[in-house]
Design a protein around this ligand. Structure first.
Ligand SMILES: NC(=O)c1ccc[n+]([C@@H]2O[C@H](COP(=O)([O-])OP(=O)(O)OC[C@H]3O[C@@H](n4cnc5c(N)ncnc54)[C@H](OP(=O)(O)O)[C@@H]3O)[C@@H](O)[C@H]2O)c1
Length: 250
């Protein structure tokens, strides 16, 4: 379990859910680096869990000056960066009849603009031959009620893996995207009251072809593969890690 020895990584949203699962898997494979988020409390607890080889940087991924600071601070501490995971995301829930301009801007800023500028700002601080991993969503492939804007932003993120890979050929930086299905993270807490959480997760598990929802560690293992030389022939690719929910009927 040492596929990322000597690799320096930055994981946005590494203080919660899928991002923390990726950071843990990276740490267990020998990587060092930084996690990024805005909640100082969860940044502190996550970095305590990850140990001395990780730092926490309080920054907003929709703010370009913050992004610049993230990559500058990380490279000053660890040297040039090998792996970027653009994971921070989430969305306003509602339909085309209910979500207005402010929701549109917020959703696109967090899920699309932030991914573009995370990569744009990281590039000067990255080693050639590095790996960039984007986090999509199966909502990009199937229309779920209330997830239209979010799904549209994530569909664009899936394209960015191809476009970025093409743009970065001369630097041999590979960009791939992981598309998670329903995964057990604190994001659920934003949608339902605490007493309904377990019921909701059980409901989702029942809907999944594989019979369970995903865990952050499922995404973490896939991210280790994409960050490592084991995936050296892959670029512009999408890996569905979704328990079959996108394309299989149950
Ligand atoms: N859970 C699922 O079922 C699922 C399925 C498909 C795709 N995804 C995608 O997976 C990614 C992670 O989601 P999750 O389920 O792990 O959710 P989560 O537990 O709510 O984590 C979201 C992370 O993003 C960070 N974040 C949000 N806005 C930010 C901002 N403006 N600047 C910096 N950091 C920000 C949060 O940190 P702070 O709060 O500290 O800012 C947090 O660490 C997202 O891109 C999501 O769309 C999730």
């Amino acid at each position: 379990m040492s596929r990322l020895i000597n690799k320096v990584a930055v994981i946005t949203g590494g203080n919660s859910g899928i991002g923390l699962g990726i950071a843990e898997a990276f740490k267990n494979n020998g990587a060092v680096g930084a996690i990024v988020g805005r909640n100082q409390e969860t940044l502190n607890s996550a970095v305590a869990q990850l140990g001395a080889d990780f730092i926490a940087i309080n920054a907003d991924v929709t703010d370009l000056a913050d992004l610049e600071r993230v990559f500058k601070e990380t490279s000053e501490k660890f040297g040039k960066i090998d792996v970027i995971v653009a994971n921070a995301g989430g969305g306003a829930v509602g339909t085309v009849a209910t979500l207005g301009e402010a929701d549109y801007d917020k959703t696109m800023d967090l899920n699309l603009k932030s991914v573009y500028f995370t990569v744009n700002k990281a590039l000067p601080y990255m080693n050639d031959g590095g790996s960039i991993i984007l986090i999509g969503s199966n909502a990009a492939h199937r229309a779920y009620p209330n997830f239209t804007l979010y799904g549209a932003a994530k569909a664009a993120v899936i394209f960015l893996a191809k476009g970025f890979s093409s743009d970065l050929l001369s630097r041999k930086i590979r960009v791939n995207v992981i598309t998670p299905g329903t995964t057990d993270t604190p994001a659920f807490e934003k949608f339902v009251p605490a007493e309904q959480l377990e019921g909701l997760k059980k409901h989702f598990a029942g809907e999944m072809p594989i019979g369970r929802i995903g865990q952050p560690s499922d995404i973490g293992k896939t991210a280790v593969f994409l960050a490592s030389d084991d995936s050296s022939f892959m670029l512009g690719a999408e890996l569905l890690v979704d328990g079959g929910m996108t394309y299989l009927s149950k």
